[in-house]
Design a protein around this ligand. Sequence first.
Ligand SMILES: NC(=O)c1ccc[n+]([C@@H]2O[C@H](COP(=O)([O-])OP(=O)(O)OC[C@H]3O[C@@H](n4cnc5c(N)ncnc54)[C@H](O)[C@@H]3O)[C@@H](O)[C@H]2O)c1
Length: 364
Amino acid sequence: MSVAIITGCSGLIGSEASKFFHAQGFDVVGIDNNMREYFFGHDGSVIWNTRALKNSLPRFVHYSSDIRNRESMRTIFRKYGKSISVVIHAAAQPSHDWAAKEPITDFEVNAMGTLILLEAVREYCPDAPFIFTSTNKVYGDTPNFLPLIEAKTRWEIDESHPFFEHGIDESMTIDNSKHSVFGASKVAADVMTQEYGRYFGVKTGVFRGGCLTGPAHSGAKLHGFLAYLIKCVVTGTPYTIFGYKGKQVRDNIHSNDLVRAFWSFYQQPRCGAVYNIGGGRYSNCSVLEAIKIAQEVAGEELSYSLSDDAREGDHIWWVSDTRRFQNDYPEWQYEYDLPMIIGEIVEATKEKQPAELKYELLAA
Ligand SMILES: NC(=O)c1ccc[n+]([C@@H]2O[C@H](COP(=O)([O-])OP(=O)(O)OC[C@H]3O[C@@H](n4cnc5c(N)ncnc54)[C@H](O)[C@@H]3O)[C@@H](O)[C@H]2O)c1
């Protein structure tokens, strides 16, 4: 028996990882207490996804346990012990805005929860690779001080800058910037994950994601920009763009592309590796550009307004340079570009019942 422990198994990345590693022959032990509903209300509930995993994956076991509870985590890790071949840690409080409401809860989930899991790996399955979904928010607002130029539909970086061709690499400092409370708790988890690799020799991989997206995203106002925007396009719900005239650029990577990157890492793990991972130059857009594509694909018009209030710590321009990962794992390639990603989310959203979508939007 080869076990994959996947935290946040019912969220976007955790569910994709659960399906993928199950298909590779693993017994999947998923941990998710639906805390996403506590963060984002009914709109963010992932119960539907837990149910879908249980129904479709015969070797999937679900624990509705809290990663902050050290004894619960130790009990699970002790039970599966050395048969644990990989741990994918995707449980998190994932929103900037929410973190400021309850900084202690945010830190306990993101930082302390990660430490509890790292310690459980060290105690019960020290040979298992530990894959952590970090975020580009660990760089704080430093990217906003790059030489950015306003173009018609987006911000762009000056062509003469070394980041122009491939995006931002891991050499950018994570220190001395405004991170938001969320970014700071993720820094703590990111650095601790690196430390368990460097200090204790655990095979840890830190993946600093740009915008991660896919049809399994329970898009909520405060998290999951593409999924929420598309939900508004499909249902005719007014949408507000916060700051930067809608020209802020994000890179978008499909959850399946990300999980295949985890698979590459699992097969040839390293200790304390850190990778920027996102759509890169291959798949990025401004909010205005995303609206245009989503309208075309969905065949609907979005009514939107611009607010001057940018989100604290929001990036004006982010494109990940993924070459470090691609150099280490040259077999990995993107399979989804932006129109494919948007097309798939539009389809998934349209398949939901109108009443269900309306209720989700009202509850957001
Ligand atoms: N989605 C993005 O755009 C994005 C971008 C960069 C980084 N990330 C990171 O990737 C990871 C996964 O993100 P996602 O989009 O899949 O998030 P998600 O919210 O869809 O999934 C996270 C899951 O963790 C669960 N969870 C939260 N707290 C928990 C707790 N205390 N105990 C057990 N389960 C708990 C939630 O119920 C949820 O199902 C997170 O670490 C996030 O910070 C996401």
